[in-house]
Design a binder for this molecule. Structure first.
Ligand SMILES: [Fe+2]
Length: 235
């Protein structure tokens, strides 16, 4: 399996605090059946993880995983918050953040926690026009998507993909996120499933999320989902 959203990079955001914790997370992911991880540190006002830092830290962690014999491949990425349209535009122009995987055909974006950014459709459209598919992190966790059932489908209609979190599906973010996450699967609106793991407690648990997906959508849909996620790193 491939995890496309994981805060496994050490010492850059509120994820793994050091190399030892990164390795411990990688071991948990490996035991769970994961062989590829896209590293996605936060890119927001609090943690502005620049692309060059992502690449440098990724190499450092890769060396350590090699040394310790943990057979996981790492791929670059970031989780870019739509702090504002201006924030996004400036950093995209300057190529400050890392797209997902080496092909760079996808970008993981996240809404603010306070409210929906009305500039989102325009940003989504511009990314698509540039050949980049935006993937929205855990929409099921945001009340404004749950409260307005038209909001997310309109973005999906444009070409946006969603990333539903395994933790939401198993109930770790409460009943509302669990219900909406499952509703997205039922509606065919869960394009990817990922962990958004931050440490060994909020840990990599992709297998649990994928099992729920398969139970709801069937084995053929799971195969399709896994192929879609793999295409992000394969180009
Ligand atoms: Fe995240």
């Amino acid at each position: 399996m491939i995890d496309i959203h994981c805060h496994i990079l050490h010492g850059v955001d509120d994820g793994a605090k050091d190399l030892a914790e990164s390795v411990a997370m990688a071991r948990i992911a490996y035991e769970d059946g994961v062989r590829d991880i896209i590293v996605t540190p936060h890119f927001n006002h609090g943690f502005l993880t620049m692309a060059d830092v992502v690449h440098r830290k990724l190499e450092e962690l890769e060396r350590e995983l090699d040394r310790q014999g943990v057979d996981i491949r790492l791929h670059p990425g970031t989780e870019v918050q739509l702090v504002s349209a201006a924030f996004f535009d400036e950093h995209r122009r300057n190529r400050s953040f890392a797209l997902l995987g080496r092909p760079g055909t996808h970008l993981l974006i996240e809404q603010r926690w306070s409210d929906y950014d009305p500039g989102t459709p325009e940003i989504v459209q511009r990314l698509l026009d540039a050949g980049v598919t935006p993937i929205l992190a855990h929409p099921e966790r945001h009340p404004f998507f749950r409260d307005d059932p038209e909001l997310l489908p309109q973005l999906i209609e444009l070409g946006l993909w969603t990333q539903v979190s395994a933790d939401s599906l198993v109930g770790n973010f409460g009943p509302d996120a669990q219900r909406y996450g499952r509703a997205l699967i039922a509606a065919g609106h869960a394009h990817t499933i990922a962990t958004d793991a931050h440490n060994v407690n909020r840990k990599p648990n992709l297998g649990a999320g994928m099992a729920i997906y398969e139970e709801m959508a069937g084995a053929a849909a799971r195969t399709e989902l896994e192929a879609r996620m793999r295409s992000i790193v394969a180009g």
